[in-house]
Design a protein around this ligand. Structure first.
Ligand SMILES: Cc1cc2nc3c(=O)[nH]c(=O)nc-3n(C[C@H](O)[C@H](O)[C@H](O)COP(=O)(O)OP(=O)(O)OC[C@H]3O[C@@H](n4cnc5c(N)ncnc54)[C@H](O)[C@@H]3O)c2cc1C
Length: 288
């Protein structure tokens, strides 16, 4: 199928994008990597009258350490994150997650900002941002505002982004001494969206874990934190007894949405398996 006809503007400033969004409202769409948007246009799931191409905006590019945060511009591609030394050093969770996103051709074009704005509950970046306690930086007519990941993902493909705002960057705290970060997922084939995935961070206090954040993908309408299980893990060593207790807690807490091929019960089971697997990695990492 082919997309319906649309007008196209290559924007030369963020201010112009915002002005166009204000003028055209829901008839306009921002075009970043196009890896999701163009497919939805071609399938006629979306028929905007105007595409606003933001790819010429240098201000949305680049990965930079700014004090205690790593700022990743909205137009940074998945592949740039995958090969960034700054990311590997300061946000290793993102470096681990990047190879799981689709295939190289898609990673070469798809962007960090597009993924956060699209807010697919099965996607890697929203869950990682949540696990890292990161922030989405958006800009609109009122200027720049920062929205904590915990408050950004509101529902299925729905975020706190206003219709006349764009994502300009996402920021994650620089990993502190002793911080552990890890992710794991189950997909039907490498490169497919995860059936269930888990991104996690914790601060090591000796052999024990503190400030644990567990962000699941593929289980709810948004990336989802298992807050009761996080609390239960506070101050505990990830030994066998803790792993079993955490998995039981998770099974009681999680209410996964089924998808076309996996029941809620299957996803509940898989989530428990992933949690135990990741906590076992946290233990091995602290021993090594
Ligand atoms: C075959 C295939 C497999 C995929 N597998 C995965 C996967 O396993 N994991 C995964 O995470 N993703 C996957 N993706 C999605 C891919 O990562 C996309 O690149 C990403 O979701 C959207 O980024 P984009 O830059 O391509 O955005 P676009 O397609 O350009 O835009 C997507 C949406 O976000 C909006 N948008 C884009 N940028 C901004 C911005 N800066 N501010 C406000 N709104 C904006 C657009 O208006 C549009 O509504 C897959 C895609 C394909 C085609």
């Amino acid at each position: 199928m082919k997309a319906a006809a649309f007008d196209y503007v290559k924007a030369d400033s963020v201010a112009q994008v915002i002005e166009l969004l204000q003028q055209h409202g829901d008839d306009a769409r921002v075009l970043a990597g196009g890896q999701t948007l163009l497919a939805t246009l071609n399938m006629r799931l979306s028929e905007p009258a105007l595409l606003i191409d933001i790819n010429g905006l240098a201000a949305l590019r680049g990965i930079e350490r700014q004090g205690e945060v790593l700022r990743i511009g909205a137009l940074v591609t998945h592949a740039e994150i995958e090969r960034s030394e700054l990311v590997a050093r300061h946000a290793p969770l993102l470096a681990q997650a990047a190879p799981h996103i689709a295939h190289r051709a898609i990673r070469n074009r798809g962007t960090w900002g597009g993924s956060l704005a699209y807010a697919d509950p099965a996607a890697e970046w929203p869950a990682c941002l949540l696990a890292l306690g990161g922030t989405v930086v958006v800009q609109g007519p009122g200027g720049v505002r920062r929205i904590a990941a915990d408050d950004f993902f509101l529902g299925l493909y729905t975020t706190a982004l206003a219709p006349d705002e764009i994502v300009i960057a996402g920021e994650v705290p620089v990993a502190r001494e002793g911080q552990w970060q890890g992710m794991t997922q189950l997909a039907r084939r490498h490169g497919d969206y995860a059936v269930v995935g888990l991104a996690a961070t914790a601060q090591r206090r000796g052999a024990a874990l503190a400030s644990v954040r567990l962000a699941f993908m593929g289980v709810a309408a948004t990336p989802w934190r298992a807050r009761r299980t996080e609390e239960l893990l506070e101050g505990r060593e990830p030994d066998d007894a803790t792993l079993a207790m955490a998995a039981a807690s998770l099974r009681a807490e999680i209410e996964p949405l089924p998808d076309l091929t996996h029941s809620s019960e299957t996803k509940r089971h898989l989530a428990g398996v992933l949690l135990q697997r990741l906590l076992a990695c946290a233990r091995r990492d602290s021993e090594g």
